[in-house]
Design a protein around this ligand. Structure first.
Ligand code: PLP
Length: 229
């Protein structure tokens, strides 16, 4: 984050940090989502904590947050009747959903601990297989381990792992397709040196649900290992 923050400061660019998946992660001891002028988090059903859908915008700028709150609640002017001087949106979080979110916040630490356990389990069982690499963990970051992902550089390809797991009715997926490779953005310019393409082509997201038992994890590992025999 340091170089990005520095670059934005230098050129006076507003920094909006997409921390959708990373709630609970720290970079040099500071939580992700708190480095920029704004941070966003997703509470979609697949995230580390969920409200079934929706998310959260955070900022230290109270004035701007008040404005966003205004827009997200249909831009209602201070009037007895419904009056709108600006276009608004119906993006507010309902009280029921907010209640679920408050409950979920209490289990965030437990979720991170279980996700870390899952990552370490896979790394211990699969880390020595030829050509497998796990997400690098540096001494300056503590991830929330939301999703355990591997990249492959040997004989076994991502599709081999996805297919062998699928035969056992176990879902795994490629790592996300980069935006500039999406058909909808075909023909648009992009800046990059092929890192995201390489990760997309060589990566697999392993089953990482916090409800997984040791037995489940072990089953996934044994099936994957069978490809190296
Ligand atoms: C990095 C990133 N940004 C944005 C989103 C979108 O979040 P939502 O599904 O809440 O719209 C996701 C969802 O997975 C994400 O991983």
């Amino acid at each position: 984050m340091d170089p990005i923050v520095e670059l934005c400061k230098k050129h006076n660019v507003t920094l909006i940090e997409d921390a959708a998946e990373s709630l609970g992660t720290t970079y040099k001891g500071k939580y992700t989502g708190t480095f920029g002028d704004y941070g966003i988090f997703s509470f979609n059903g697949n995230k580390i904590i969920t409200t079934s859908g929706g998310g959260m915008l955070v900022s230290n700028n109270e004035e701007r947050i008040a404005k966003v709150r205004f827009w997200s609640t249909q831009s209602r002017d201070k009037a007895r009747h419904y009056q709108h001087s600006e276009l608004g949106f119906n993006y507010r979080m309902s009280n029921v959903v907010a209640g679920i979110g408050r409950g979920q916040l209490k289990v965030l630490d437990q979720r991170v601990a279980k996700k870390k356990y899952i990552f370490e389990f896979y790394k211990r069982e699969l880390g020595e297989l030829d050509g497998i690499e796990f997400m690098p963990i540096k001494d300056w970051n503590e991830p929330n381990y939301w999703l355990s992902c591997i990249t492959l550089s040997g004989r076994v390809k991502p599709i081999d792992i996805m297919e062998v797991l699928e035969k056992e009715n176990i879902e795994s997926r490629p790592i996300w397709k980069p935006m500039h490779m999406q058909p909808v953005f075909e023909g648009y310019d992009f800046i990059g040196e092929g890192v995201s393409e390489k990760i997309f082509e060589s990566g697999v997201c392993l089953p990482s649900d916090t409800k997984m038992t040791d037995e489940d994890l072990n089953r996934v590992c044994q099936i994957i290992k069978s490809l190296w025999k």
